[in-house]
Design a protein around this ligand. Structure first.
Ligand SMILES: Cc1ncc(COP(=O)(O)O)c(C=O)c1O
Length: 423
């Protein structure tokens, strides 16, 4: 596509955008003049879907009306509330409904899954991850190792970008896995890197892991709802994600897990269990002795957080209505347009050096390394109503999100950057 950095071009793209109407289904933070801010932070916290209050009100009203009997008498009975998520989540992560569960929170879920899937034995006791993983993942991996008396310095293998580069090369990940194959008990990598926006070669990693008999799990915080996932077909052992980024379900909302079908009948797996993880018919029998439910449900510990889930369901339905294929097509166009606009600005302002450090393989996020003006530029565009985020030492992360961002947003973003530079 031939891009142009002008408002008419941007508006024409919006006119032709088959997902354009989805923008009206979200609530945008406003500038002082009442117009929408340029919200490019769906990689951090997705926007609130309109109708969230109504979805919440259904559950609040049923709670008021039925009290505890709402577990069975509510319009969406709370006893089986979690079952409503199997189909929509399965579509988003490329799984069978049996392989997913909406539950808990991301870091806690990663720990629970590692109880089952990180089993260090003898010299096969190491974990491989990406260097500079999101801190919560680093802490989770570090403390899992310590829990088994293993020194993270020796047992955590971090694959780093080469000198002067910002993202990982696929061959380097593969070489490290092969070089450590006899010692690796687990590969645990972020599907999309939170800092660079790099989409990791998950399929290739999972394939190699299976060939070498190494367990593989992914943190999909930045991947779920953002990139194509085929967790079942790829043979991934487990995965976990949050729902507040590209899944627009609200701050700290209920997260999700995937456990491959190949583990669904394995009652021998270690777990930290709770009463919601037993078969539905046994849940209120109050009998001793944990017996796992089939599939990912067995990892559930507690009864469903219905209020958080009310918004999650609405948000997933909107996402699925838009559909991953259409979202990916628009994501590509928005990405191309944004990087084009940035290049144009750099050309017009000699001395300004932006560098997109996100590689060709990516989701919605663009990580922009600022060589010249740094935090001051970020502060100036923030004051003008652009919502992006800053990561030390000098990176702006922005995510033109296909579900609700427009080409006009991108044009406006570029205009505000230009104005802020000339200040
Ligand atoms: C890649 C990644 N992992 C883990 C987390 C932590 O998530 P939570 O606080 O929901 O456990 C985040 C949060 O943004 C993240 O981006």
């Amino acid at each position: 596509m031939e891009y142009q950095n002008n408002i008419d071009f941007a508006r024409a793209q919006d006119q032709a955008d088959e997902l354009g109407s989805f923008r009206d289904r979200f609530l945008f933070p406003k500038k002082a003049d009442g117009s929408n801010k340029v919200y490019f932070t769906g990689n951090s916290l997705g926007l609130q879907p309109k109708g969230s209050l109504d979805s919440l009100k259904v559950e609040l009203d049923d709670w008021a009306k039925y009290g505890v009997d709402g577990h069975f008498e509510a319009r969406n009975p709370w006893f089986s509330y979690h079952e409503r998520f199997r189909e929509p989540l399965a579509k988003i992560v490329g799984a069978k409904p049996l392989e997913v569960a909406a539950m808990g929170s991301l870091t806690a879920n990663l720990h629970f899954l590692m109880v089952s899937f990180f089993n260090p034995k003898g010299k096969k006791c190491k974990i491989l991850c990406e260097a500079k993983a999101f801190p919560s993942d680093q802490y989770a991996l570090e403390t899992q190792l310590k829990h088994y008396g293993l020194d993270p310095k020796e047992n955590l293998i971090e694959v780093a970008p080469r000198e002067g580069e910002y993202h990982l090369r696929e061959e380097d990940i593969m070489d490290q896995i092969k070089a450590n194959k006899d010692e690796l008990a687990l590969i645990m990598i972020g599907g999309v890197n939170y800092y660079s926006g790099q989409l990791m070669p998950m399929e290739a990693i999972a394939k190699l892991a299976q060939e070498l008999d190494i367990t593989v799990g992914f943190d999909l915080a930045h991947a779920a709802g953002n990139v194509e996932l085929k967790l079942h077909d790829w043979g991934v052992d487990f995965a976990a994600w949050c729902s507040y980024k590209y899944l627009n379900s609200g701050p700290g909302s209920v997260a999700g897990i995937f456990v491959h079908e190949k583990h669904s009948q394995n009652a021998e797996l270690d777990r930290f269990a709770g009463w919601w993880g037993v078969p539905a018919e046994d849940r209120f029998m109050m009998q001793p002795g944990y017996k796992p439910a089939e599939g990912a449900d067995a990892w559930q510990l507690s009864n469903a957080p219905v209020l958080a889930m009310a918004v999650h369901k609405l948000a997933l339905d909107i996402h699925n209505e838009a559909g991953m294929d259409r979202l990916l097509k628009k994501q590509k166009q928005l990405w191309g347009y944004t990087t084009y606009v940035l290049e144009e600005i750099a050309k017009e302002n000699s001395g300004v050096q932006f560098e997109v450090i996100t590689p060709e393989s990516h989701g919605a996020q663009i990580s922009l390394l600022l060589h010249g003006e740094g935090k001051e530029l970020f502060n100036r565009i923030s004051e003008k109503g652009v919502v992006v985020d800053w990561r030390e030492p000098n990176v702006i992360r922005l995510a033109p999100t296909p579900l609700y961002n427009s080409f006009e947003d991108v044009y406006e973003f570029g205009k505000l950057i230009s104005e802020s530079l000339s200040n």
